[in-house]
Design a binder for this molecule. Structure first.
Ligand code: FE
Length: 372
């Protein structure tokens, strides 16, 4: 079953075996064929091949440079398995102590907290990471160890058809559920982590009853049933199928920086609003990483996590994938993000743990109101 969760292997999944691992596994696990292959391989390359196994929910082609630069500067070869956050957590649970995973990369703060709570991560003790990542972007420090670190952020914003929609009618999340926006809304599945986290945050502000009414209002306002990803919603606003949509900022920035005429035409038609600037602030999510509980290549895992906080990797998050870097002293130089915000914006300050804790209730509400 785990294999079907992970159809997309970016590199051979079988981790290379170090000599010590080979010896310890010889009696119990390795079949004759594998053993012969290991013996046939040049001894020197066996001894020196440093590897790192990453399970990643980052689904961005531009990240190839991020991994490539790490390998280039350290000689550590990366084996990567790509899947979504939920699939990765399920796989880690199923694999238990046999898991080859060293590093876990997720793109939703609530899932990072879930992985921590489920005991799937090994606390990392790293003075460099503690110094680089501000406390609000990492798990609580326990006995000097930290379960996960955020490395970048993205805001969940509203885009609208400039010709059909008055900006003032969509400058709060609450208004997305207001009858004045009937027939206008496009949004991806309510159960997607990006939406579960947004709705879980809104629940902290509005309380249970008002949140369920709000979700019901959004269902009533939908121009079509939820389908596709965030970019599809933006395109649907430009095509006129809907007039208002919800998206993560990096998808919008990608379109804004695109050189294709089609994308330029899309961007021309839409406006963007960072919701709730006059109240609690725009919802911001975190992408981050952790060391797997049963990591075998611990030193390489920590080296990689420290690399993600380095200026060059942070610069990649900013300009490669249009996210906000979080490491101290790293300044943003992304023209699309700067244009989008006008320089700065107010983000909400709900604790991530509260957002995560609300998600079961949110999912039950989505089921009740028919938000697919
Ligand atoms: Fe995404």
């Amino acid at each position: 079953m785990p294999q079907t969760l992970f159809p997309k292997l970016s590199s051979p999944q079988t981790p290379s075996l170090t000599p010590s691992l080979t010896l310890s596994l010889t009696q119990s696990l390795i079949g004759a064929g594998l053993l012969l292959a290991a013996l046939a391989a040049p001894l020197q390359s066996q001894a020196q091949e440093a590897t790192l196994n990453i399970y990643s929910a980052r689904h961005y082609p531009t990240d190839e440079a991020l991994y490539g630069n790490f390998t280039k500067s350290t000689g550590i070869k990366i084996n990567r398995v790509d899947a979504d956050d939920a699939g990765i957590l399920a796989r880690l649970k199923a694999e238990g102590s046999a898991s080859p995973a060293d590093v876990i990369l997720l793109v939703d703060a609530a899932r990072l907290v879930k992985g921590e709570n489920d005991g799937l991560f090994a606390p990392v003790k790293s003075a460099a990471l503690q110094a680089a990542i501000p406390a609000q972007y990492h798990a609580k420090t326990v006995d000097g160890g930290v379960a996960w670190f955020g490395f970048s952020t993205r805001a969940r914003v509203v885009v609208y058809d400039k010709a059909r929609v008055n900006r003032d009618d969509v400058d709060t999340y609450e208004e997305l559920g207001d009858a004045k926006n009937k027939g206008r809304l496009c949004i991806r599945s309510g159960s997607h982590p990006y939406n579960l986290s947004l709705f879980g945050a809104v629940m902290e502000h509005l309380g249970d009853k008002a949140t369920e009414d709000w979700l019901k209002g959004m269902v009533a306002n939908m121009a079509r049933a939820p389908k596709g990803g965030d970019t599809d919603q933006i395109r649907a606003v430009a095509s006129g199928e809907c007039a208002v949509a919800v998206t993560n900022t990096y998808y919008l920035a990608r379109l804004m920086r695109s050189t294709s005429a089609e994308d330029k035409a899309v961007v021309e038609k839409i406006g963007v609003v960072f919701p709730n600037q006059n109240t609690w602030g725009t919802h911001v999510n975190i992408a981050g990483g952790a060391m797997a509980k049963y990591a075998k290549n611990n030193a390489n895992a920590i080296k990689f996590l420290e690399y993600l906080a380095s200026p060059s990797a942070q610069e990649h998050f900013a300009n490669g994938n249009n996210e906000w870097p979080v490491a101290k002293g790293v300044s943003l130089s992304n023209p699309a993000l700067q244009a989008m915000t006008g320089g700065n914006f107010k983000s909400e300050t709900i604790p991530i743990s509260a957002v995560g804790a609300n998600q079961i209730k949110v999912q039950q509400m989505l089921d009740r109101v028919g938000f697919r």
